[in-house]
Design a protein around this ligand. Structure first.
Ligand code: FES
Length: 128
């Protein structure tokens, strides 16, 4: 119809939109797995505190939300020998962190500026 602008209400049907690409710029997943059988797990290294720290720092930096950063809990990521671990997508960069200052650096460097924190990278050979 002449004079009507359909661009606002017309859904974006591009392949990227349909795949949800770009909904979040980055995702960081923290393994919070707890094992009670004596095997190593990320929870024993206070992974939950690191997850909460990351969430609060992302929010404080104004990075939380659509088109920005999402911080998520995860179960075992199958790299327990390197724990505690977190992984950032879409870059698929794995981190082995120790304390809150490591989390702050991941937020400020990688999640905010896209700069990988080399010193915290999980060694490639470490898996389960
Ligand atoms: S328990 Fe954390 S990666 Fe397996």
């Amino acid at each position: 119809m002449a004079g009507m602008n359909h661009s606002i209400s017309t859904p974006d049907t591009s392949p990227d939109s349909q795949a949800g690409k770009g909904y979040f710029r980055r995702h960081i997943f923290f393994c919070l797995n707890q094992r009670d059988n004596g095997e190593t797990c990320c929870a024993q290294f206070d992974a939950n505190a690191a997850f909460e720290r990351c969430k609060s720092q992302v929010k404080a930096a104004g990075l939380a939300g659509r088109s920005l950063v999402r911080v998520n809990k995860a179960g075992c990521l199958d790299r327990c020998a390197a724990g505690p671990v977190a992984v950032v997508y879409p870059e698929a960069v794995w981190y082995s962190y120790v304390d809150a200052s490591d989390i702050d650096e991941i937020v400020e460097s990688h999640l905010q500026r896209g700069q990988v924190v080399q010193r915290l990278l999980t060694p490639a050979h470490l898996g389960r």
